[in-house]
Design a protein around this ligand. Structure first.
Ligand SMILES: C[S@@+](CC[C@H](N)C(=O)[O-])C[C@H]1O[C@@H](n2cnc3c(N)ncnc32)[C@H](O)[C@@H]1O
Length: 247
């Protein structure tokens, strides 16, 4: 068997030096999708009571849930935030992808005013907020995406399908609608959520939760391609995230 002669270490070392520095690999920069600093900047922009609410809300919609939604939404373009409340997530998703221009809608004028303030305070001047009911407020599409975070179960039963139909019609082809809601199983989780919702909205407002399969069937009947994921939590909220892509 022929014996191959290895170069002495010193020769290899000198050759490596004479090659000069290696070209540095291209820098890869990805903004951190979840940032404590991002969240506290959002909360700090609000008055004390709403700030406390924001902190509670961000402890319910935890990093895992936020990241799932963030990755499902388009990276850029106009995106509708239906039932935007204080604009917490318009500011959050706007910060993770500055190419997004978020249009928030909520019937509560005070929340809309605060949502504007929050987005401005984190430097998102492209976000826009409209006071109105998502079922009939004037909106000019097409939108690259839309999201509805814990709002669908506040919409009266007979209006849920028409509202989803309206959102489909406002989306561009291949646009994504992300629905985050509460599913109806397990019963304990549903009742836990219902109790907290009742504390927030009182006894008169409708609360119409649906099983995630029902939402999936409804969205598929509108021609969407539907994917969904249940996101377990330490608290018993039965979270579900549904991504519906317009074909
Ligand atoms: C539970 S809060 C969720 C707020 C926000 N999406 C979040 O996740 O923090 C429900 C919001 O839906 C809004 N809402 C209720 N009915 C609505 C409708 N018909 N059109 C638009 N927003 C609505 C309420 O005013 C409220 O701000």
């Amino acid at each position: 068997m022929p014996v191959t002669e290895r170069e002495p270490v010193s020769t290899r070392f000198i050759r490596a030096l004479s090659r000069g520095p290696r070209p540095s690999p291209q820098r890869f920069e990805a903004p951190e999708v979840y940032g404590r600093e991002a969240i506290s900047r959002i909360a700090r922009a609000l008055p004390p009571i709403e700030r406390a609410y924001a902190n509670i809300r961000f402890s319910i919609l935890r990093p895992k849930l936020l990241s799932v939604m963030d990755l499902l939404l388009p990276d850029e373009g106009p995106i509708l935030d239906i039932g935007c409340g204080f604009g917490l997530f318009a500011a959050y998703f706007g910060q993770t992808q500055p190419g997004r221009r978020i249009v928030g809608v909520d019937p509560n004028a005070r929340r809309i005013e605060l949502a504007r303030r929050v987005s401005e305070s984190v430097g998102l001047r492209g976000n826009e907020f409209i006071a109105g009911d998502a079922r009939d407020v004037g909106l000019e599409g097409p939108f690259a995406g839309a999201y509805v975070l814990d709002v669908m179960h506040h919409i009266p039963e007979q209006d849920q399908l028409p509202m989803l139909t309206r959102l489909r019609d406002l989306l561009a082809p291949r646009g994504v609608l992300v629905v985050k809601d509460i599913t109806t199983v397990p019963t304990f989780g549903l009742e836990f959520t219902r109790l907290l919702d009742r504390v927030m909205v009182g006894w008169d407002e409708p609360l119409r939760y649906r099983h995630h399969r029902e939402w999936g069937e409804m969205l598929a009947s509108l021609g969407f391609h539907v994917r969904m994921v249940r996101v377990p939590d330490v608290l018993p909220y039965p979270h579900v995230v549904i991504a519906a892509t317009k074909r």
